[in-house]
Design a protein around this ligand. Structure first.
Ligand SMILES: Cc1cc2nc3c(=O)[nH]c(=O)nc-3n(C[C@H](O)[C@H](O)[C@H](O)COP(=O)(O)OP(=O)(O)OC[C@H]3O[C@@H](n4cnc5c(N)ncnc54)[C@H](O)[C@@H]3O)c2cc1C
Length: 321
């Protein structure tokens, strides 16, 4: 049977759970569709569930483990009356004024929830290489975020995989900490802008492995100890003893379920109105990495979750007036 609620929040990373804290304290008893267990970042708690120490989230002088931080967010939201539902939004209908959301079973005739307002906080995922032990090594030598993890790699020999602007930006940032940074690219030319290429070529700490793709990750004592690379066209494998590997081959927002219903940019990120978290549909708001491909930090996601809940509060007050 369909349950009507004031606010449904889809996603339980820093954006969704911060929105839940604010919406619960505003007395909306929000339901949070938390997502479903998985070994990727698309799981209850979001991307920080994959990492170890978080040192840049304000308020934790000695840092805090990612899963512990997300456990705290969740408990804080529950303390004020947010209801957690461990399921994914498998189908939505945002066309009829009152949003309809199906949890888990998309084939059911009736939606699980209808809601006066919805906050979409389904986040994004880093594209990965697809190697067996890759996800297990995230936080143990493998990373997808130089801003987040660069500090842990002081004095390391690091490799960055990718050939676009973000790969070069990560590489240049990492030269502050690393002994050396090697860019591994599967082609013989970069996709990055000329200015970024010039900066990378001029940096004495940066070198390149052209026409190479990573085919294996080697570990010692649970941490990355080296990588094997090979020409995508075939040929001999080579081992390199990198102790840090930053995968910078792109990100993808988790927006499939909203296709055709919410406006998105070319990459699939949700479009929000300037100075607001409002999407192209009235009563539907978006927060966190699902609408931000620039900053992509826990604190910015949490900040926009707060904004979305405040926008919902104003929107619902306007509906009642
Ligand atoms: C390995 C790693 C380390 C990082 N380290 C740091 C760091 O040190 N400091 C920092 O500030 N940032 C760090 N980041 C970045 C940070 O994790 C993200 O910016 C932040 O998590 C984004 O929050 P979010 O709430 O927007 O989305 P996410 O954290 O991506 O959460 C999205 C949530 O939505 C859920 N979801 C997706 N689809 C559906 C659906 N259809 N229905 C219901 N739920 C759904 C997912 O299961 C998940 O719970 C790191 C990221 C990674 C991957």
């Amino acid at each position: 049977m369909t349950e009507h609620v004031k606010v449904v929040i889809i996603g339980s990373g820093p954006a969704g759970l911060t929105a839940a804290i604010y919406a619960a304290r505003a007395d909306f008893s929000p339901v949070v569709l938390e997502g479903e267990p998985s070994s990727t970042s698309d799981q209850p708690g979001g991307q920080l569930m994959l990492t170890t120490e978080i040192e840049n989230f304000p308020g934790f002088v000695d840092g805090i483990l990612g899963p512990e931080l997300m456990g705290n967010f969740r408990s804080q939201a529950e303390r004020f009356g947010a209801r957690m539902h461990g399921a994914k939004a498998s189908r939505v209908d945002l066309s009829g004024g009152r949003a309809a959301i199906w949890a888990s079973d998309a084939t059911s005739d009736e939606p699980t929830y209808t809601a006066d307002a919805v906050i979409v906080a389904t986040g994004a995922r880093s594209l990965m290489l697809g190697l067996d032990n890759e996800l297990r090594l995230v936080g143990h030598g493998v990373s997808t975020c130089a801003t987040c993890d660069g500090f842990f790699f002081r004095g390391h020999r690091i490799a960055v995989v990718g050939g676009g602007d973000s790969a070069l930006e990560e590489a240049l940032f990492l030269t502050k900490f690393a002994e050396s940074v090697t860019i591994i690219h599967r082609r013989d030319a970069l996709r990055a802008s000329k200015i970024m290429q010039d900066r990378a070529f001029a940096n004495p700490k940066i070198s390149f492995l052209w026409n190479r793709q990573v085919t294996a990750l080697h570990e010692e004592g649970g941490s990355l100890a080296g990588v094997t690379v090979q020409d995508p066209a075939g040929g001999a494998e080579e081992r390199h003893d990198f102790t840090g590997l930053f995968v910078a081959i792109g990100h993808a927002p988790n927006t499939d379920v909203f296709k055709g219903q919410l406006e998105m940019d070319d990459l699939g990120y949700l479009a929000t109105q300037p100075g607001s978290t409002a999407t192209s549909v009235r009563g539907v708001f978006a927060a966190g990495d699902v609408q931000d491909h620039i900053y992509r930090q826990a604190i910015t996601a949490a900040g926009s979750g707060c904004q979305a809940a405040l926008d919902v509060e104003h929107y619902l007050a306007g509906q009642e007036a």
